[in-house]
Design a protein around this ligand. Structure first.
Ligand code: F6P
Length: 352
């Protein structure tokens, strides 16, 4: 059997650990050849597909490395137009692909599901995202690493905050879901956490900072990039997109700084953690989770259980139909115990 493997969407710590586990498990099983598809679906869409054979040697020594040895792309759409679909179908046939293991976020899963349906290329999915926002998956690999990195960033910022008596705003990733801002904010002891799921009021955020100006004399605000100010139609991200260039460069954190500074005596500074959060070596937890996901994906391939995505639910590795994942986002429920815990220990979400 010939099995293709590709990584789609943004890079994420643990991708190489999955590629390694899928490849080694399939080789170990026997009668399997593994073909790495380069740069996500793009490698399958070109007139001359970009692929390379993956053997034991090719995937050795990559367990602990960040990024993806196969390259990735978050704009390649194999379903864009009939000509592209025909090219992908032709390439899959020419390459003799019996099955495709697709490692990606919800966008990539939707495309894989579409491919499965449109050209009958059997796919198995592996969930990847530092945002932890894939439906029916309690924890995707990469998230633990991103939380650790963002937490460290927040902690380092605190040195300046208390030394200079400033309000420091730190922006984390998380376009649609606030898991990363929430967990890193709690782990770093942030005073205020602003999430896409809870609209915030600048007056309330300012009041909390003013309270702290009197006693602690500094505040740390952790804002997820998808956050939204109450009473406005646009998210902070959309406001950034429509801002003049100097403001835009500072991201969502800077837009919040502009809104907050007039209400405060302290100096307010903004930091965007950006792609730092996606880079670097995966944590031990993510290496183990990615290895388990890769191994289970190989098992699904061997069993012929296609159209399914590997997942982690209540601590167990299992699988769900891709249709239950495609185009659905897992956001933070307002009554999640992390939210109530944070509220009960005095963290402000800017809504009350
Ligand atoms: O992987 C998702 C994500 O981390 C989002 O939170 C963020 O908006 C996006 O990636 C940014 O990706 P890029 O800058 O590579 O387009």
């Amino acid at each position: 059997m010939r099995v293709g493997v590709l990584t789609g969407g943004g890079d994420c710590p643990g991708l190489n650990a999955v590629i390694r586990a899928v490849t080694k498990s399939l080789i170990h099983h026997g009668h399997c050849e593994v073909l790495g598809i380069e740069d996500g679906f793009e490698g399958l869409m070109l007139p001359v597909p970009r692929v390379r054979a993956l053997g034991w040697d090719e995937v050795s020594g990559i367990l602990h490395t960040g990024g993806t040895i196969l390259g990735t792309s978050n704009s390649a759409n194999p379903l864009r137009g009939d000509a592209t679909v025909a090219q992908v179908r032709h390439n899959a046939r020419e390459l003799g692909l019996d099955m495709l293991v697709v490692i990606g976020g919800d966008g990539t899963m939707s495309l894989a599901y579409g491919l499965h349906q449109r050209i009958g290329l059997p796919c198995v999915g592996v969930p990847k995202t530092i945002d932890n926002d894939i439906a029916n998956c309690d924890r995707s690999f990469g998230f633990d690493t991103a939380v650790a990195t963002a937490t460290e960033g927040l902690r380092r910022i605190e040195s300046t905050a208390y030394s200079h008596h400033r309000v420091m705003i730190v922006e984390t990733m998380g376009r649609h879901a606030g898991w990363l801002a929430l967990e890193s904010g709690i782990a770093a002891g942030a005073d205020i956490i602003l999430l896409p799921e809870i609209d915030f009021d600048v007056e309330i955020v300012a009041a909390r900072c003013r309270q702290r100006e009197q006693r602690q004399r500094y505040s740390i605000i952790c804002i997820g990039e998808g956050a939204k100010e109450s009473g406005t139609r646009q998210t902070m991200r959309e406001r950034v997109a429509h801002s003049p260039e100097p403001l835009r460069l500072g991201g969502v954190a800077n837009v919040l700084r502009e809104r907050l500074a007039p209400h405060l005596q302290s100096e307010v500074r903004a930091t965007v953690l950006g792609h730092l959060q996606r880079g670097g070596d995966p944590t031990a937890f993510d290496r183990v989770l990615a290895t388990r996901f890769g191994h289970r994906a190989a098992q699904l391939v061997i069993e012929g259980a296609t159209g399914r995505m590997v997942t982690l639910q209540r601590g167990e590795i299992s699988s769900v139909p891709m249709s239950a994942v495609a185009n659905v986002q897992r956001t933070v429920p307002l009554d999640h115990d992390l939210v109530t815990t944070a509220r009960d220990i005095g963290i402000c979400f800017g809504d009350q």
